[in-house]
Design a protein around this ligand. Sequence first.
Ligand code: GDP
Ligand code: ZN
Length: 300
Amino acid sequence: MCSRSATVIATFSRRMHIAFPEGDEAFARIKGKTLQPVCGDVVRVETLSGEDDWLITAIEDRHNQLSRPNRRGSVEVLAANIDVVVAVAAASPAPDWFIVDRYLCAAELMRADAILVYNKTDEPRLPGTDAALVNYEEVGYPVYRTSAETGEQLDDLRGSIGVRTAILVGQSGVGKSSLINLLSGPSNQKTSGISRKSGEGRHTTVNSMMLPLPGGGAVIDSPGVRDYAPAMSEVTDAEAGFREIHAEAENCRFANCRHLREPDCAVKGAIDSGTIHARRYESYRRVLRQIERLQNRSGG
Ligand code: GDP
Ligand code: ZN
């Protein structure tokens, strides 16, 4: 028997496509019923006598994971070991900056880096767009103004992802699939390449896959990630998700200040002096209210 370490690069239902550090790829099935590897996982695999497929016997500790609550009330993991969350907004559908803020929150809570992309720069932009983008830059997020149509800033975005593993999140229709295709380049025949090798036919459903980028990084593409809505459950998640509010909070009089009506709140002071943007603060309050509503509903 031979045992190796590999990365999960595509998942069919219980069958996985894995890549070894040396670059060779193989198929694997999963030992038992409890292991649930996802795209991005580093796994231990063993050879099986008389079979081409490898057997996944263990999942290495994850640096982080992208998860969401599923209909059965448990948490479903969509992808693992993500270095950078790319939050995508666009000229159309009209940007919803609250949704962008929630994705940035999710990135902060996952301890992943975050990049903001404003796509479809070839289309007219709504008033207020530039101010919003500049504010994100001031908060410290790299912002790329891209067009999948003209190619604007695509090289810069690819360069910014670098050798990291990224996921693209954002409202439906902002151009995530278009950007993924352009970033990964023409060599990626997406599902058909894998299906050919697997002999499972080109219509085999790929749940999610990791597409290599020419620069050495990768993008994880999954339908679940594409319409991902992050779940936040603790009141402290709200503050942790807004880095400029989190930074200011240490100057509040009360350690448990929620920055609503508490006296001597440094966050309120920073809004008055203009160092914290009122719109971001509004998003913070909405996230906080959502979390409180969820907690009241669950009686917690
Ligand atoms: P997704 O739902 O976020 O994956 O968005 P898609 O990649 O499917 O794109 C939605 C639509 O917007 C498609 O019709 C794309 O051709 C179009 N689209 C994507 N990027 C751009 C862009 O930069 N400029 C313009 N004009 N259209 C774009
Ligand atoms: Zn405060």
